[in-house]
Design a protein around this ligand. Structure first.
Ligand code: GSH
Length: 277
């Protein structure tokens, strides 16, 4: 692992690192904020998964998570959203290929060799974080935005013993039913719709996966809300499954990091309460 940069912030360290990923078969960059408490004891880990077009840097620069993470004593890890490179498959659209990995393991050409973001986030990065940072891996949680909200929800639903809590900003909760998912899922997974259900939070809950509770914030003026982010089916699935869902519709807020940064401290504190010893 190579250190790209470190900057002192709120008495902790905001770092950016690069390593050779086995899952994605390319160099991958990620950001880690280590709070000051880590000088004395291992700290819990909160994973933040970003949305379409993002790298590790969008939330690092605009998410404003560091004050809350420093107060709570939580490490925040921000991975990239896909493999990258001139020799890696891509698409002209912003919603497929590089910057749009959808936190799944692709099975179809030309994506399958590199687009394995599910394994990357869930299986490859955690042992690296455990080795290189003062992390208490028995206390992990996960959250994300939009495509990253989809990633957080699906990864938590499939690994309820690994992540103690899950939350999201404006998540794609039902990708099989909306244009973003209907483009990405067949491209990455082929035409067998049963494979798509393994990466759809609403379908996972309908098919019996469960977490105790979920926190979601959604901007009421989000331009993607009507077509891509409608959560009615997800809310109904949570109700039927007995999942304690807090769904905060925030009037006037859009899809941007102005919205995310407004509610970031709420989410970090919510996770901190669940990550306490
Ligand atoms: N650029 C896309 C929109 C993509 C977008 O809004 N991405 C969100 C995540 S889904 C984001 O966080 N963008 C980066 C940023 O705001 O810094 C478009 O042309 O419609």
């Amino acid at each position: 692992m190579e250190t790209i940069s470190t900057n002192r912030a709120f008495e902790g360290i905001q770092g950016v690192y690069r390593h050779q990923s086995e899952s994605c078969r390319c160099p991958m960059t990620f950001a880690v904020y280590v709070p000051p408490q880590a000088q004395n004891r291992p700290c819990p880990v909160l994973w933040y998964l970003s949305g379409l077009t993002c790298t590790h840097a969008n939330v690092m620069e605009k998410g404003e998570y560091r004050r809350a993470a420093a107060e709570a004593g939580i490490i925040i890890v921000c991975p990239d959203t896909s493999p990258r490179g001139d020799d890696i498959a891509d698409d002209d659209g912003y919603d497929l290929g590089q910057g749009a990995g959808f936190y799944l393991d692709a099975t179809q050409a030309p994506w399958a060799p590199n687009f394995n973001m599910y394994s990357y986030v869930n299986e490859e990065l955690p042992p690296l974080i455990a080795r290189k940072f003062p992390a208490d891996m028995s206390r992990q949680a996960i959250f994300g935005h939009s495509m990253g909200g989809h990633g957080a929800l699906t990864i938590a639903l499939k690994n309820p013993d690994t992540y103690r809590s899950v939350s999201a900003f404006a998540p794609i909760t039902n990708p099989i039913a909306v244009p973003w998912g209907q483009k990405a899922l067949p491209a990455y997974l082929g035409d067998d719709r049963s494979a798509w259900r393994g990466y759809d939070a609403t379908a996972l809950i309908e098919d019996g996966r469960k977490v105790p509770e979920i926190l979601i914030d959604q901007g009421g003026a989000d331009n993607f809300l009507p077509e891509q982010l409608d959560a009615k089916a997800f809310v109904a699935a949570c109700e039927r499954a007995g999942i304690d869902l807090t769904f905060n519709l925030r009037p006037g807020y859009d899809h941007s990091y102005y919205f995310i940064s407004t509610f970031m401290a709420d989410h970090v504190a919510w996770h901190a309460a669940r990550l306490a010893d």
